[in-house]
Design a protein around this ligand. Structure first.
Ligand code: GDP
Length: 611
């Protein structure tokens, strides 16, 4: 058993709460974690802080040391055995993961840059936290950047603030109030943490600096306080296994492994476990439970330590056969009796239910975009967002985008071209896939923020509509009826003076004359398209019903001849067709008024035998 595993296992049967750090890029999430991890050499700080797989574990002793400056009378009692902070890149998507209905993360730190306020990813994180009902505190980071800030390394915030001159204090208050206002706009009430009377009603804001370490003792204490206040009953006792797959990774010498967070219970080497896979349920036996080797062990042959048994809360790597198609975000269930096939089947059904539930949200028509996300949790969030945004989804997938995913998406090129689009959230797109997509005409949009995908898709649809409108220009036929008043040129091109007696005459309109031939049958004589409309020697784009006469030039192949095929008294009409009516309906609905629709329906449709 490694030191990591021992350190992580709790003294009593209490288990450690799990914490996520979220926030916009560059707010200082990584730096904050580094700063908390950092051992203070001068004070000979107790270690016990262990780097795990995808997480860092802070035992209560280390937390006590780190919060000592803000707990000098020792009045604050720590009841939890420690704290597990998830530090995998892209951990936003893990906030959305659930173990048996409750969030994987018990608690979260939302990092906000005090100089920048709320940024797009901050807002998205807030939505996640709200949806998951995850209690959180806000680290208002980078206070050392307030102009003129005098630092005292690793100091409590209140003591540090008291040392600042009036100007700095004023700037701080000013930015604090702005932040509170911004939170209020998002329907969150917030308070500076030591002015907060109710953690249930107000989000606590704790100013920090990841550079100077100021405010970090306050932040840790607050985090524990919130945990203990809000969740003791729900948290703490080790019982049933709760375990979630964070990442699926191929490791040389180990094959495909899964990095998991064990939030509750105990796992043993040799346990039979069940998880969700893209090709169906995976039932396999744990071959190795791995934690990272510590610095002093690194010279040994492996970078991992094998554990016989591990206890929550813990980040750990599992090696086993058959993990190739495992899905990130899947729950991992332990089989009690590996010989009981009924039990295994039941667990398999249970675990696959999460994916099937998402599959059921796919568009029944088979028309829609292709969606790809990093984990079950983030896929669920994305699908929910697309449902609300009324964007239909035809295919879903989890993990990096490969060629075969592009091929799946490309089936839309035939069915519904506008949906030959992949919306990819928090996943990599491999180069082959990218090239293939470009070649086939499949659009790939990637984003770290869900609603950016919506913006991209909306823009894409608007562009397509514009393009189709351009393409449809020659197909659109606006209705009009013309009465010739003079013939200026009999043919090639035909030039006639006309009054518009119904509808509006526009450029490009195809014109026809309709006559009865000698045997009484209707004869349609196409004349060509309007290429110029002139009044008083000036070109105009449109002549409306009742306006003064205009001279109209009509050009086209095989034009009829005035005097032979038609006469000046013959009325002229815009030549509508099924396609032209459909085009007007699709792209020009706003530009056609009631009278014009009536003219088409009552008069022109029948005249040109449009059904
Ligand atoms: P992340 O993207 O949220 O993980 O942000 P990082 O931790 O990578 O920090 C982004 C940048 O901000 C880096 O250049 C950090 O050095 C800087 N930074 C982070 N925290 C602080 C802070 O408290 N004060 C100052 N002055 N800079 C900070």
């Amino acid at each position: 058993e490694s030191e990591a595993a021992r350190a992580a296992a709790s003294k009593d049967n209490l288990r450690s709460p799990i914490c996520c750090i979220l926030g916009h890029v560059d707010t200082g999430k990584t730096k904050l974690l580094d700063k908390i991890r950092q051992t203070n050499v001068q004070e000979g700080e107790a270690g016990g802080i262990t780097q795990q797989i995808g997480a860092t574990y802070f035992p209560v002793e280390a937390l006590q040391k780190k919060t000592a400056v803000v707990n000098q009378d020792g009045a604050f009692e720590m009841k939890v055995p420690g704290l597990l902070i998830i530090d995998t890149p892209g951990h936003e998507s893990f906030t959305n993961l659930r173990t048996r209905g409750s969030s994987l993360c018990n608690i979260a730190i939302l990092v906000v840059d005090i100089m920048h306020g709320l940024e797009p990813q901050t807002l998205e994180s807030m939505r996640l936290l709200r949806d998951r009902k995850t209690p959180f505190i806000v680290a208002l980071n980078k206070i050392d950047r307030l102009y003129g800030w005098k630092q005292v390394a690793n100091n409590g915030f209140r003591e540090s603030l008291a040392l600042q001159n009036k100007g700095v204090q004023n700037e701080f208050r000013d930015r604090l109030e702005k932040t509170k206002l911004a939170f209020a706009e998002q329907s969150f009430n917030s308070e500076l943490y030591y002015e907060n009377k109710s953690m249930a009603k107000f989000v606590s804001l704790v100013p920090t600096s990841a550079h100077t370490g100021e405010g970090i003792p306050d932040m840790l204490k607050l985090l524990l306080q919130l945990t203990q206040e809000r969740m003791t009953n729900q948290l703490m006792y080790l019982s049933e296994v709760e375990c979630t797959v964070l990442e699926v990774k191929v490791i040389e010498g180990l094959g495909t492994t899964i990095d998991v967070v064990l939030s509750n219970g105990v796992l043993n080497e040799g346990d039979t476990v069940v998880l969700c896979g893209t090709e169906g349920p995976i039932t396999t036996q744990i071959r190795a439970l791995l934690t990272p080797a510590e610095m002093k062990e690194l010279r040994l042959k492996s970078q991992y330590v094998h554990n016989k048994t591990v206890k929550a809360a813990l980040g750990i790597k599992i090696a086993a056969n058959g993990l190739d198609h495992a899905i990130a975000g899947s729950r991992l269930l332990v089989v009690k009796d590996p010989d009981d096939e009924d039990e295994i089947e039941e667990l398999e059904e249970d675990v696959m239910g999460d994916l099937e539930n998402l599959m059921s949200k796919i568009s029944k028509s088979g028309r829609g975009v292709t969606v790809q996300a990093s984990t079950l949790g983030s896929l669920e969030a994305l699908l929910e967002f697309l449902r609300v945004s009324k964007i239909p989804v035809a295919n879903i997938s989890i993990g990096p985008v490969h060629k075969r995913d592009v091929i799946t998406a490309s089936t839309m090129l035939e069915k519904a071209k506008e949906y030959a689009v992949m919306l990819c959230f928090d996943v990599k797109v491999d180069k082959d896939a990218q090239e293939l997509a470009a070649q086939m005409g499949v659009k790939i949009f990637t984003a770290e923020i869900i609603y950016h995908l919506f913006d991209d898709f909306t823009k894409h649809m608007a562009q397509l509509a514009q393009q189709r409108k351009e393409e449809s220009k020659m197909l659109a036929v606006f209705p009009c009826v013309l009465r010739p008043v003079a013939v200026f040129n009999k043919t090639d091109p035909i030039v006639v003076g006309v009054d518009v007696i119904d509808g509006n005459l526009r450029l490009n309109t195809p014109i026809a004359c309709v006559k009865q031939n000698s045997s009484g049958a209707k004869e349609i004589i196409p004349m060509g398209r309007v290429t110029s409309i002139e009044r008083d020697h000036k070109q105009i784009p449109i002549c409306k019903k009742g306006q003064p006469s205009v001279a109209v030039k009509i050009e086209g192949p095989n034009q009829p001849l005035y005097g032979r095929h038609l006469e000046e008294k013959d009325m002229l009409y815009s030549q509508v067709s099924r396609a032209s009516i459909d085009t007007l309906k699709e792209f020009y609905r706003d530009e056609v008024d009631k009278d014009e629709w009536a003219l088409i329906a009552k008069h022109l449709k029948g005249m040109f035998d449009v059904v």
